[in-house]
Design a protein around this ligand. Structure first.
Ligand SMILES: C[S@@+](CC[C@H](N)C(=O)[O-])C[C@H]1O[C@@H](n2cnc3c(N)ncnc32)[C@H](O)[C@@H]1O
Length: 218
């Protein structure tokens, strides 16, 4: 059975979660088709999640942009196959002032992300390399939000994204059921204002929105 044949959900499922235009649905479909096409060679997502790609990856990623709807400029760190960054870029594809920057160290995923941007018509720039070095030599101005999913614990995420939140970005981090322990640990090194949002697909997971961040070690 091909990967496409394994998929149980469809683009129509997106309508159960929010108001999304026909053009956005079409772009999301192009993106999902591309992930499935590249999956055999690139192993972009965990094979066990392919049947649920719409819910587990696409719909889960919609929550990022919807959590900070006014943010137009984003950095998505450790982008992988583009969840949530490509979904964010697709949601704001019609806004001429919007832009998503992707930072990814794996060259094959960099190639995939560039192809996904081109084929969906979403706006963004892919920065190949490690977050630590790309962020430290950042020359693209401040961004309004920084996103990450399945990358690192909260303490490390705050370290990695410091060059972006220092210039005013709100952090939007997807976190699993261990989120409270991560918040407690990170609170020992950082102060921040925190808003918790339920994940769109899973009542035990959260989207953590952090702002007014500073280090306790001065
Ligand atoms: C587990 S994947 C998650 C990808 C995507 N955010 C998702 O949720 O599907 C983590 C990705 O981050 C990338 N990555 C990990 N550490 C990195 C670093 N220090 N700099 C840049 N990319 C990194 C890996 O190459 C990988 O593609």
């Amino acid at each position: 059975m091909s990967f496409a044949q394994q998929v149980t959900g469809s683009s129509h499922d997106v309508h159960n979660y929010g108001d999304v235009s026909r053009e956005t649905i079409e772009r999301l479909q192009i993106y999902v088709d591309l992930v499935l096409k590249w999956q055999p060679a690139q192993n972009l997502i965990a094979p066990s999640t392919i049947p649920d790609i719409w819910e587990r990856h696409v719909i889960d990623s919609l929550g990022t942009k919807w959590a900070v709807p006014d943010a137009k400029t984003w950095v998505d760190i450790g982008s992988g196959a583009g969840f949530p960054g490509i979904v964010t870029a697709i949601l704001q594809a019609d806004d001429p002032d919007s832009h998503v920057h992707f930072i990814e160290s794996n060259q094959r995923k960099v190639a995939f992300l560039r192809t996904a941007l081109r084929e969906t018509g979403a706006k963004g720039t892919v920065h190949p390399g490690r977050i630590e070095s790309v962020a430290k030599s950042w020359e693209h101005g401040p961004v309004e939000a920084v996103s990450a999913r399945a990358l690192a614990n909260l303490d490390l995420l705050l370290n990695l994204s410091e060059p972006f939140w220092r210039t005013g970005a709100t952090c939007v981090f997807h976190k699993g059921q261990d989120f409270q322990r991560e918040v407690n640990e990170a609170s020992q090194r950082w102060t921040f204002d925190l808003v918790e949002r339920n994940s769109l697909i899973d009542s035990t997971s959260r989207l953590l929105l952090l702002s007014n961040i500073s280090s306790r070690q001065i």
